[in-house]
Design a protein around this ligand. Structure first.
Ligand code: CMP
Length: 238
């Protein structure tokens, strides 16, 4: 790739790319060159960026904000496969295999995304093969998560899956406290339902039961998840 004169925009984008795992292993000069291939765009909350079955024309990196990857069932229920925050990327699958988009991606919050068109993506892969390894690594992470979800669907009933979801959130963003973990932001019942493939009403019943049995407790605007919450145990007990 040709060399760049580091103008302020190039520098700013290269700084953002520095912390993006997709570009791990690249030097600052490489990131500056790459930044010339990317376009930045702000999207308001709820904007649909990618629609399932559309042809794929670009990959996106989340610079700021959060997006959800989802599918819609025939009866209009949304199934959230994943949420992706700063540093994550999406849209690589259809660029790699040439098939239509595998899922919908929409902004959960106002977001700043960096778009890399198909031609530029191929150009970047040729110039920096390490990007291909980084893509494969992330695809493996996602496949492992998908395998785990399939296992959970088969092994846990819906109460167990709600418990598992809460524990995963604790691992990702919980603050350890003597009694367990504190989630500062309580996920909505609808969000949990869409993540584990059930209705909001069922999630509401599960949360009420966990509360009654002392496994969870509302603490101000947060949720305390106590040590004793065990997905298998709450599953078996149903
Ligand atoms: P693509 O199929 O081009 O468009 C939809 C994108 O959603 C897809 O590429 C991936 O980047 C992303 N995606 C699909 N399934 C998952 C998943 N299970 N977890 C995280 N991201 C996904």
């Amino acid at each position: 790739m040709t060399s760049t004169t580091a103008n302020p925009r190039t520098r700013a984008v290269a700084e953002l790319l520095k912390d993006v795992p997709l570009f791990a292993g690249l030097e600052m000069d490489d990131l500056s060159r790459l930044s010339l291939l990317l376009t930045e765009k702000h999207f308001p909350r709820d904007t649909v960026i990618v629609s399932a079955t559309d042809p794929g024309d670009a990959l996106y990196v989340v610079a700021e904000g959060e997006v959800k990857v989802s599918l819609w069932s025939d009866n209009g229920r949304e199934i959230i496969l994943s949420t992706l925050g700063p540093g994550s990327f999406f849209g690589e699958m259809s660029l790699v295999d040439g098939e239509p988009r595998s899922a919908n991606v929409a902004c959960l919050t106002d977001s700043l995304l960096l778009r890399l068109g198909r031609k530029e993506f191929i150009q970047a892969l040729r110039a920096y093969p390490t990007i291909a390894i980084n893509v494969m690594t992330e695809v493996c992470v996602r496949l492992r998560r998908a395998d785990e979800s399939i296992g959970n669907l088969a092994l846990l009933d819906v109460y167990g899956r709600v418990a598992r979801y809460l524990l995963e959130r604790c691992d990702e963003e919980g603050d350890p406290v003597p009694e367990g973990n504190l989630l500062k932001k309580i996920p909505t019942q609808q969000h949990i339902a869409s993540r584990i493939g059930t209705s909001r009403e069922t999630v509401s019943r599960a949360l009420s039961e966990f509360q009654r049995r002392g496994f969870i407790e509302q603490r101000g605007k947060g949720l305390l998840v106590r040590e004793g919450l065990d997905p298998k145990a709450v599953s078996r007990s149903r």
